[in-house]
Design a protein around this ligand. Structure first.
Ligand code: CDP
Ligand code: MG
Length: 693
């Protein structure tokens, strides 16, 4: 191994183009690294006072008092998220039962930050300090400081259009420019005009703050001076063929050659992270006592929260911690003690084809802004080093300057429905910081029209209003609402919950692929993937008595099942509000498969694959599907995703075209379904387009 390590060192050395080192000697670096061990011993209050934002506490509170909208810019880790809401509480912004809300783009961040702050304040999480994420509300009557995902605050507009119970709203991590954050910008800017008492803080890492200021009518920018140590940046001489392997080798190389300090590796997703962790653990085992202890810790959105908490615990003396993370660790989470960063330069990015409705989640080079944020993570507690697993040339010429905002590369169905239910009809003139592409907006309107959520004038229908009450995609909410008529809402609620947990039901470890696939085969029932999901749920909850052991033996992820159960409970709880009677089809799959939500996503068998009825696009059944080999004539699919090919994911059999005419007479004409070459369009689609001018 060591021979191989040095061979790699020899073959593919990192080169430093100078980086940003400002001449800190090795001795000084060690001293700085040591001082961080002392930090651990400090009391919570001391730690709070040591954060970069602390000296600016009074100035900041004064600025907040003087301005309704304030942009706050500060290096990651300066205390924006954990401290500023506490300062607001300490100075009485929660008086009269008013709440302070702080949004986070990511669920993990909302949960972990709330836990940390509850600890700092000295209260039980969920009491004065709580969090709210989709399908999980950890707040109570007493909650005054509420961390939440940006999507949750957006939904609060439905029940409280002026956010009357809030005295302060903090839009945190604004630089991430998620879809929901972007929509919040427009809505909050609007309500701030008639709620002069509402304070709005827009917090961001050191990126783009001028643009935020400009958008919010030249709101002042409060800069928290950074405390950043120099970071040496190293590039590889040649591109890496296998960046995962390169990460593993680099971590070990750092571990055996570099002074103390923890290491942070950026990968693109759960699977990669798990593989990397396994490889590292295996190689450490083989090296045994030849090396000091290396603690390998993963972090990604779906990781159970007790595992997540581990990344924050201090590293025992004599060992080194390596955190393998998605870009959640870029700015949303700060892990103390990181001195080394390994950056392969990739991230998983969603993109959306508005012509076909195809989504893809593809590993792409990250932006230069991202790469710089990542490097910055190494210089928070001491001078650090960032190893970029790409060439300096690639950094300059192959990476984009900044990441395209999500609103420009995603499906807008959900958000359009929400805005329509808030009474915002003129979407073209909505105050977008960066407007979405025209075609994406048109497609969202078309889809909502087809589902019956909008009428031919583009106005919200009664059905649309009920659909908006459910915190799921329009397709799923339509399916749930339609299930009442077909007397199968029990089953459809389960299927919707299972679809919401997103392809993580079946566990397929690399070393047990055959076993896992056999286990999965045992759940197959006729009708298609929706029926399989229903079967899995029923077996886990009823037959097995919700047993972890049983799930483990059957290669089912218990955690996903738990989440599906929570989601189902919540959805069922909402049935009263939208006046849907919950009843059961007693195992008859026909009504379930007929349920209308998916008529919009229909494909027909044709030469070489399937053709979508709507866009005549060639698509394929995903190899994971229970219908992969069956090839029925008509299919309905849950989603189109491009991975290696244009795949339909989660498909079920639709007996024939007469079902389509039955469930969606407004959408399909007999003739259209007979003639395989004609293009299928909703009758009144022109009107939906007209509304956009
Ligand atoms: O928001 P910003 O990036 O400016 O900083 P922060 O998240 O408020 O973090 C301030 C400090 O709290 C950092 O030193 C973190 O290490 C610490 N923190 C923590 O120990 N545990 C958390 N779950 C979150 C933050
Ligand atoms: Mg933060």
């Amino acid at each position: 191994m060591f021979a191989r390590l040095s061979l790699w060192l020899f073959l593919c050395p990192f080169v430093s183009p100078g980086g940003s080192s400002e001449g800190h000697g090795a001795g000084e670096r060690e001293r700085m690294a040591l001082s961080q061990a002392e930090v651990v011993k400090q009391s919570i209050q001391e730690v709070r006072r040591s954060l970069p934002v602390f000296p600016y506490r009074e100035d900041l509170l004064l600025a907040i008092q003087q301005h309704q909208i304030l942009i706050i810019e500060g290096e990651t880790g300066s205390g924006k998220t954990t401290q500023i809401p506490q300062y607001l509480m300490e100075s009485g912004y929660n008086e009269g039962g008013m709440k302070i809300g702080c949004t986070q783009p990511r669920r993990v961040a909302a949960m972990s930050v709330a836990a940390r702050v509850a600890q700092e304040v000295g209260v039980k999480l969920g009491n004065e300090v709580g969090y709210s994420i989709r399908f999980e509300d950890c707040t109570s009557e007493r909650t005054v400081l509420k961390y939440m995902t940006d999507g949750m605050l957006l939904r609060e507009f439905l029940t409280e259009p002026d956010l009357a119970s809030y005295s302060v709203v903090i839009i945190d991590e604004a630089h991430e420019r998620t879809l929901h954050t972007d929509i919040l910008f427009g809505l909050i800017k609007d309500i701030a005009r008639f709620r002069p008492d509402l304070k709005v803080l827009v917090a961001s890492a050191t990126l783009d703050t001028e643009r935020f200021s400009c958008f919010f009518d030249d709101a002042p920018v409060f800069r928290i001076p950074g405390r950043r140590f120099p970071v040496d940046i190293f590039y590889t001489k040649a591109p890496e063929a296998d960046y995962l392997e390169a990460c593993v080798v680099s971590v070990l190389q750092i571990h055996v050659t570099q002074p103390p300090g923890d290491c942070l590796v950026f990968l693109t997703g759960q699977e990669e992270i798990e593989t990397c962790c396994e490889l590292l653990q295996e190689r450490c085992r083989r090296l045994g006592s030849k090396i000091s202890e290396l603690l390998v810790l993963p972090i990604y959105a779906n990781l159970p929260s007790d595992m997540q908490a581990k990344i924050f615990s201090p590293t025992p003396p004599g060992s080194r911690k390596v955190v393998v993370a998605t870009n959640i660790a870029e700015t949303s989470l700060t892990i103390d003690g990181i001195i080394y960063v390994i950056d392969p330069g990739f991230c998983k990015q969603k993109s959306y084809n508005a012509r076909t409705g195809m989504e893809s989640l593809i590993v792409t080079p990250c932006s230069r802004a991202s790469a710089n944020q990542r490097a910055g993570r190494a210089g928070r507690v001491a001078a650090g080093k960032c190893f970029r697993l790409y060439t300096a040339w690639a950094f300059k010429h192959e990476m984009e300057e900044t990441t395209v905002p999500e609103i420009q590369r995603t499906n807008l169905g959900n958000v359009v429905l929400l805005l329509k239910s808030l009474g915002i009809n003129d979407l073209i003139h909505f105050d977008f910081m960066d407007p979405p592409p025209h075609e994406t907006l048109v497609l969202a309107l078309e889809q909502l029209y087809a589902l019956g959520a909008l009428n031919h004038l583009g106005e919200l229908t009664k059905l649309g209003r009920r659909m908006a009450e459910l915190p799921v995609d329009p397709m799923l909410s339509k399916m749930i609402l339609a299930s009442e008529q077909y007397k199968c809402s029990e089953q459809v609620l389960t299927i919707a919950a299972m679809l919401s947990v997103n392809n993580s039901i079946f566990y397929r470890p690399k070393d047990k692929v055959v076993h896992a696939d056999n286990a999965r085969q045992n759940f197959v029932v006729p009708g298609g993937d929706h029926m399989v999901l229903l079967n899995v749920y029923t077996q886990v909850m009823i037959m097995s008595g919700y047993s972890t052991q049983w799930c483990y033996e059957n290669f089912i992820q218990f955690r996903s099942m738990k989440r599906a159960r929570d989601v189902r409970e919540q959805l069922e709880g909402l049935m009263d509000r939208i006046e849907v009677e919950v009843c059961s089809s007693e195992g008859d799959s026909v009504p379930i498969r007929k349920v209308a939500g998916y008529f919009y996503h229909t494909a027909r068998l044709s030469k070489g694959g399937y053709k979508t009825v709507k866009h005549q696009q060639t698509v394929y059944v995903h190899p994971n599907s229970s219908l992969f080999e069956e090839q029925p004539r008509w299919l309905i699919y849950h989603e189109l995703v491009f991975t290696t090919k244009e795949f339909m994911r989660q498909v079920c059999i639709n007996a024939n075209s007469s079902w389509l005419l039955e469930v969606a007479p407004h959408y399909y004409k007999n003739k259209e379904l007979e003639d395989s070459s004609s293009k299928k369009m909703p009758r009144k689609q022109g009107k939906a387009k007209e509304e956009l001018g």
